[in-house]
Design a protein around this ligand. Sequence first.
Ligand code: ADP
Ligand code: MG
Length: 397
Amino acid sequence: MSRFVLITPNTDFDQRLRQAVAGGLPGSVQTFFTSVLPADPAELFGALNQEQLEVLILGPDVPVEDALRLATVLDVQLPELSVILVSELDPGFVLQAMRSGIRDIMSPAADVAQIRVMLERACQSFASRQRTMEPKQPGSPKGLVIGVFSPKGGVGKTTIATNIAVGLGKIAPMGVVIVDLDLQFGDVASGLYLNPEHTVTDAVTPSASQDSLVLKAFLTVHPASIYALCAPKDPVEADEISPEQVGRLLEQLAQEFQYVVVDTAPGLPEIGLAALEQCSDAVWVTGMDVPSVRGLRSGLDILRKLNLLPETRHVVLNMADSKSGLSVQDVESTVGAPVDVSIPRSKAVAFSTNRGIPVLQEAVKDPAVKGLKQLVERFNPTWRATAQRKMHRRVVV
Ligand SMILES: Nc1ncnc2c1ncn2[C@@H]1O[C@H](COP(=O)(O)OP(=O)(O)O)[C@@H](O)[C@H]1O
Ligand SMILES: [Mg+2]
């Protein structure tokens, strides 16, 4: 359970914060209506009810110096706690606030949705700090790393990756990150209508690769309760990112998130192979045309020879179309593996790419939605627990 404590004399902000929590965050809010902050955290703890405190929100309308002083003490006594300062802070002060142990700064004018995103992030970072402070069990659970691959471009990898991420966001809110490893021409940002401040370039810097909290500061929050790490804005930067850095990045993210969804560039470039090595699951996408089906066949053959195929495979036939001149059986016999999920060609999908809103984000009624939901379900722990036999059951088209 999340537990929020707010200290402020501002009743209007208290109302907004309560609405933000009521809109879907577990746990309750306890407010102290005062502008006087306790000098000693013990005073605060004495006044709390039993639930564990995860996020402490200071302000609006409390003295900033007092807030920083309290944050400094808490940073030592209760380092996993997330302290948020609500203040119109002079930019020159931000660094000082962060050094004092303030984890985030919120504008007093923030609306309910903005408050909710920030509280979610604060809970998430509480959980991850708590996890890092617990002694790591050997073989502690790692998230699934789901890579979406195809030898050919334009078959729907990005469409499928963004929909998997958005779909999984419903199973594990804030427990999903999508990473765009089509480093040169990636379009996850456009597919999710994001304008990211930071990209993979920042996420592979030494400071981020040594500290997962720094890494997480470079992720972009998406309204479907998922995180995104988008491709560099300038394709030139892609050349400076090495396969080793990509491997390390995915390893780190898998420690922090239940699901890491990876979109890739067409073919089997070095970066893609480095990603494949970290994948627990590979989603292989083919269209319903001869070049794309043959391409998948030879791609899988090469990887099999190199012993690079991840344990769990999902073959997706995208843009399935009964008028293409090929049948599902033709596709299966050429690929040499059963088709696990079939997604029909759909206008709603093409339209969703242009709007930057994946079809699984909205309640769109469309045959493609059914296929995409089936695919997402394959990563649901309850489905997997019973799936050994039906993992590759033939799809009916
Ligand atoms: N099932 C589908 N029906 C119709 N259009 C689709 C479908 N899947 C993908 N598309 C469209 O095909 C184009 C290429 O898809 P994209 O996901 O970018 O492919 P890739 O990442 O493999 O290059 C996009 O415009 C997308 O909207
Ligand atoms: Mg793509």
